[in-house]
Ligand binder design. Structure first.
Ligand SMILES: *Cc1c(COP(=O)(O)O)cnc(C)c1O
Length: 407
């Protein structure tokens, strides 16, 4: 692996700072980096040579359609990043000031932040200890006992605030029991918007992540299964919502010539030069998913039952995941993280649960045993890049096994 700035992360200031990383010639086996082995350069070059680098150009529409087609949705609307995609999807679902949106307590901050951007607040639900997805037993119990139905909307009994949407997060490309989630949402008149940002290519009963709710969202951040540097796409089967999404992410401009805008919109569009990278990345996505699955199998075969108490995320029933980010669970989390970093293997602890963050501490958290806290305290994401060689995967396995021989 060539030593590039991308696979040489700086940990200075982090308490897991390790001496090896101060040496610029030392490379770690990277966690999750972009794989730009296709037509990226050719398409970007074309944008630059023709001048079409900005908000207009053929690659935007092409990329939108490729993502929509791959996800099995009719329409795709590109956005500047995945967070913006979630924000717009929530807004189009009618989420607004004073509403509540149900969010799993284990997610990347973007999901909960996007809820706040609309003026709503997240209502946190604990996760399943094995799949790390929203716990549907807790969701069902909450909806049954603590909400009521009035004129086609769902309200929280304690303060009569409307529960406007459920935002399932397909954590690491896995999914919960989507049939059951949709049934609960429908029975309680709550819209479903999917944070499927990590799950491009994941399926539940042959149906793609992103197509279960009113709108689905994808992210193309640097660490995702495909990347445009930064970017996102909203998918939907509703033509009207797709048109509105395009409109509102382009400053709600109604006239091609005059500066006439019919509402407060956003500058949330993806530029052509990044969409060009996206088109090249989409061409390789099937191969990336195949590779992720092979790496997933190698890790599970090499570690489960062979390295202390290590287990991986349990795949939900009827789920065919894209195996985006390989993440293991162990009671020895912090010492293993240190051991990995000391041995040239980049890794990360899991997200701090939303209920432990200052901004969301005051929100209602539905839980029985704070499984989210346990997931946070025991999970480690390990190298997952599609460009990893088999040797590098074996090296990661060897380092982890080495740790457990001493523990
Ligand atoms: C990546 C991600 C997002 C969106 O991230 P952006 O960096 O804004 O593209 C949202 N939710 C989850 C769960 C994610 O992993």
């Amino acid at each position: 692996m060539p030593c590039t700035p991308q696979n040489r992360p700086a940990f200075a200031g982090n308490k897991y700072f390790c001496a090896a990383l101060t040496n610029p010639h030392t490379c770690m086996i990277p966690l999750s980096i972009p794989n730009l082995a296709g037509n990226e350069w050719q398409y970007v070059k074309e944008c630059i040579e023709t001048g079409w680098i900005s908000s207009v150009g053929a690659y935007v529409g092409k990329f939108e359609q490729m993502v929509a087609d791959y996800a099995g949705a009719k329409y795709g609307v590109a956005t500047v990043n995945g967070t913006a995609a979630i924000h717009i999807a929530l807004e189009l679902a009618g989420v607004g000031e004073g509403d509540l949106v149900i969010v799993p307590n284990i997610t990347f901050i973007a999901s909960a932040n996007a809820v706040r951007y609309t003026g709503a607040d997240p209502l946190l639900i604990d996760v399943d200890p094995h799949t790390w997805q929203m716990d549907l037993d807790l969701l069902e119990q909450f909806l049954r006992e603590e909400t009521y139905y009035k004129r086609n909307h769902c309200y929280r009994k304690s303060d009569h605030r409307r529960i406007a949407a459920i935002l399932p997060v397909h954590v690491l490309g896995n999914m919960c029991d989507m049939d059951r989630l949709l049934r609960l949402a429908q029975e309680n008149a709550v819209a479903v918007i999917e944070d499927s940002t990590e799950a491009l290519g994941s399926r539940y009963k042959s149906k793609n992540a992103g197509t279960f709710g009113l709108l689905g969202t994808f992210s193309f951040n640097g660490n995702k299964i495909i990347s445009t540097g930064g970017g996102g796409v909203i998918v939907t089967n509703d033509e009207n919502l797709a048109k509105k999404a395009k409109h509102i992410t382009n400053q709600a401009k109604t006239d091609p010539f005059e500066y006439i805008h019919d509402e407060v919109g956003y500058n949330y569009r993806l530029v052509n030069v990044l969409a060009a990278i996206g088109v090249a990345q989409m061409e390789q996505l099937p191969d990336f998913i195949t590779r992720k699955k092979v790496i997933d199998r190698m890790y599970r075969d090499g570690l489960e039952g062979k390295a202390g108490d290590v287990v991986f995320q349990r795949v939900g029933e009827n789920v065919d995941p894209n195996c985006w980010l390989h993440t293991l669970k162990t009671a020895h989390q912090r010492p293993l993280i240190q051991h990995l970093l000391d041995n040239g293997v980049q890794c990360r602890p899991f997200w701090v649960p939303m209920n432990r963050l200052r901004m969301f501490r005051g929100e209602q958290y539905i839980t029985a045993a704070d499984e989210a806290g346990k997931v946070y305290e025991s999970c480690i994401s390990i190298p997952s890049s599609t460009s990893l060689t088999d040797e590098q995967v074996h090296e990661v396995i060897r380092v982890i096994r080495g740790f457990f021989e001493k523990h």
